[in-house]
Ligand binder design. Structure first.
Ligand SMILES: [Zn+2]
Length: 238
């Protein structure tokens, strides 16, 4: 019994030291791993550009997709530099233009309506209809993923706001009183749109198409530069 008690006592004395030593030995690598994991996670977050899957035009003026496109993000100052005051008020501050005043309301030309903020194709003249509301109206977007929906509870109403999927710009609202085949009415602000006639669709060619064909997109060639070239081509009010 005595030797056993003796070794127990010895163990009791040694054990905490062993545990302490063990944790000293074990902890540093763990902590380092944690740090490096966190560091690489944060690097990954920085490197990974949250993208959207959208349809865009290629060099032949053909709508292609879905392709992965980086989100289009600008600071307030950059947006103000890029947009006219009216465009800024609608697209970035969720404004609404006066009915029957929009430059694209009565546009009956064939072509495509793109986002005035980032150039993403949003609606085709094929789905435009006369709603009598005073705002350009469409029964469907050019591609499902190019327009996103969000519940809007402002002004004491519950409405569904529609936004550009790439830059988040406010476009208008969608209502369920539209014509066939969808029964939807996408109610737009002219100021949030840029019209390009059918014969000029190749000018909407998005560099992201070429990048996705070659397997990689670089930040340098992101579609951010494109809308600068495609300045709003508003029709004169008729
Ligand atoms: Zn946009």
């Amino acid at each position: 019994m005595k030797p056993l008690a003796g070794s127990c006592l010895l163990l009791m004395l040694i054990l905490p030291t062993l545990i302490g030593l063990g944790s000293l030995l074990a902890d540093p690598p763990d902590r380092d791993q944690g740090r490096s994991a966190k560091a690489s996670a944060s690097k990954a977050t920085k490197a990974a550009k949250p993208g959207v899957r959208v349809y865009v035009f290629d060099k032949e003026g053909k709508l292609v997709g879905p392709v992965e496109s980086p989100k289009f993000v600008l600071s307030v100052t950059e947006w103000k530099r890029r947009l006219t005051p009216d465009q800024y008020k609608i697209l970035r501050s969720k404004g609404t233009e006066q009915p029957f005043c929009g430059t694209l309301l009565d546009n009956k030309k064939e072509g495509v309506y793109t986002c005035a903020g980032c150039g993403l194709p949003l609606f085709s003249s094929d789905s435009k209809f006369h709603s009598g509301t005073g705002w350009p109206s469409f029964f469907q977007p050019i591609a499902e993923g190019n327009v996103t929906h969000r519940t809007d509870r402002s002004h004491g109403m519950v409405r569904t706001e529609i936004n550009c999927a790439r830059c988040g710009g406010h476009l208008g609202h969608v209502f369920e009183d539209g014509p066939k085949p969808t029964g939807l009415r996408f109610c737009l602000n002219s100021e949030s749109l840029t019209f390009t006639p059918s014969e000029n669709l190749a000018t909407l060619a998005d560099p992201i198409v070429e990048k996705s064909e070659h397997g990689s997109a670089t930040e340098k060639d992101a579609p951010a530069d494109k809308p600068e070239k495609a300045q709003p081509e508003k029709l004169e009010k008729r």
